[in-house]
Design a protein around this ligand. Structure first.
Ligand code: NAD
Length: 484
């Protein structure tokens, strides 16, 4: 493993401050990969000081000048894609193919940031004779990005490229469960020539997150993680008068109508629930089957049985996660649901201590069961039966979450009913994972997101900037007043 000891990255230097450390474990076999510091407020103060110093010259560059660093960084991401892929695989446990897809997505996110000069042109108009109004986007200042374990490479690229391209300096707090990719990301940013202090990394958990929320010199906080922590971070950051966008958990419903293409639907639903071992905030969690869909369920069980842990299915993140997921399955079974494909108690030869859960399909789940309401975050799909489309939409609407919802049908009119009435921020029609790609923005509704705007794409421009409006009278001899 390249990083026997994870360090903080402050002012262009990797530092160990003698703070308490915890182990970073491989979810693939339970072995120790590294250790990570649990940083405190003193470390954060140093990172913020470095960011404030860097901000003066970084903000003085033009947008076009700033994105030159990101063009170079993009090349380095591509050059080192294999190695970045290995890092994601080893610390997160997803398959090599899924890890590579994550790195490829980071390239796309960086490309969007490179395109910002084409999108963020300022506005100017003669509002009356000799009087001009201009509106310019300026950075917010010192900003923070707090990220979860499930996409160690991609989620940091949701925030870092756009935030710094738009002139901000960043404090990045990766998940302490997967801190290795963050080390390599900042090494490559440094190699791309990014000035010291523009991006700093502080590692740790609850204590450092609270310090970020409270810090008087941090102006904006973005958070991605569970709803429980998103609420804590949103309340705490906004109560100290920062702008905040906090993305939370999910319980995505896929409504399957009897006229859906059976093969495509079965394959898409199973791929959506099992990709990244179900640890995606866009994963299918509940399938609401309307009317006669037994033929699709039969195909789904066949599809699920093709998924082999350790081959085309990665591990879940931890022993606790495996136990939690298996507990949900057992409780559903005890409450009367029917487990058609059972992923409990799987073992992968050679990785007996890895945290694997096999693909699981559970039929006849009722909306009141915990597995139907709560985020399981594993390769599990529960099938809830509904007698008509309105009942299916009501089931989807009752979820506290609202990240994604999809409908599978060949009827345009019925698809439109779901598009209009599902209570979620990202909707799919015959798509299992309806992620909006750049330049569209990523973000859910309800308890899947707190704050205004989305975290990526065009909507993120609003979050990472503030608008300066300047009114100028150029010709004093015109004797204009503000009304003229
Ligand atoms: P998490 O909420 O446990 O952790 C996220 C971050 O918060 C980490 O950096 C962690 O160090 C910090 N943290 C944890 N507990 C804290 C506390 N009590 N106080 C302050 N900070 C704390 O999430 P996770 O388990 O790393 O990630 C999985 C979750 O993230 C799932 O719920 C998933 O749906 C969600 N997620 C959502 C999206 C989205 O776009 N909506 C994307 C990815 C992941």
């Amino acid at each position: 493993m390249p990083y026997a000891e994870v360090k903080n990255y402050i002012d262009g230097a990797f530092l160990s401050n003698g703070e308490a450390r915890i182990d970073v474990l491989s979810p693939l076999d339970g072995s120790k990969l590294s250790t990570v510091p649990l940083s405190n407020k003193d470390t954060l103060d140093k990172a913020v000081e470095s960011a404030k110093k860097a901000f003066i010259s970084w903000n003085a560059l033009t947008l076009k000048e700033r994105v030159q660093y990101l063009y170079r960084y993009r090349e380095l991401l591509i050059k080192h894609a294999d190695e970045l892929t290995e890092l994601v695989h080893s610390e997160n446990g997803k398959t090599l193919g899924e890890s590579r897809a994550e790195v490829d997505k980071s390239v796309e996110l960086t490309e969007f940031a490179c395109s910002l000069p084409q999108i963020v042109a300022n506005e100017i108009q003669d509002v009356s004779k000799g009087v001009e109004c201009r509106s310019e986007r300026k950075p917010v200042g010192i900003v923070a990005s707090i990220t979860p374990f499930n996409f160690p490479n991609m989620v940091p690229h949701w925030t870092i490229p756009n935030a710094i391209a738009l002139g901000n300096c960043m404090i990045f707090k990766p998940s302490e469960i997967v801190p290795l990719s963050a080390m390599r990301i900042v090494e490559l940013l440094k190699e791309a020539g990014l000035p010291d202090g523009v991006v700093n990394v502080v590692n740790g958990g609850k204590e450092i997150v609270e310090a970020i929320c409270d810090h008087p010199d941090i102006d904006a906080v973005s958070f991605v993680g569970s709803t429980k922590v998103a609420k804590i971070v949103y309340r705490r950051a906004t109560s100290s008068l920062k702008r905040c966008v906090a993305l939370g958990g999910a319980k995505n419903h896929l409504i399957v109508l009897p006229d859906a293409n059976p093969e495509m639907t079965a394959s898409d639903v199973v791929a959506s629930m099992s990709g990244c071992a179900g640890q995606r905030c866009m994963a299918a969690a509940a399938m609401v089957g309307v009317g006669s869909i037994d033929h699709i369920v039969d195909l789904m069980t066949k599809e699920a049985k093709k998924i082999i842990p350790g081959e085309n299915l990665g591990s879940v993140i931890s022993k606790e996660a495996k136990e939690r997921i298996e507990r949900y399955i057992t409780e559903a079974e005890e409450a009367g649901a029917k487990v058609l494909v059972d992923g409990r108690n799987v073992k992968v030869a050679g990785q007996e201590n890895g945290y694997y859960v096999g693909p699981t399909v559970i039929d006849h789940v009722t909306p009141d069961m915990a597995i139907a309401k709560e985020e399981v975050f594993g390769p599990v799909i529960c099938i809830i039966r509904a007698s008509n489309i309105d009942e299916a939409i009501q089931i989807e609407n009752r979820s506290n979450y609202g990240n994604a919802a999809s409908v599978f049908t060949q009827s345009g009119g019925l698809a439109k009913r779901v598009m209009e009435n599902a209570s979620a921020g990202m909707i799919g029609v015959n798509i299992g994972v309806p992620v909006p790609r750049e330049p569209f923005s990523f973000g859910g509704w309800n308890e899947s997101k707190f704050g205004v705007g989305d975290i990526t794409g065009k909507s993120s421009i609003e979050f990472w900037t503030q608008v300066k409006k300047t009114t100028t009278k150029w010709n004093a001899e015109d004797r204009t007043n503000w009304m003229s």
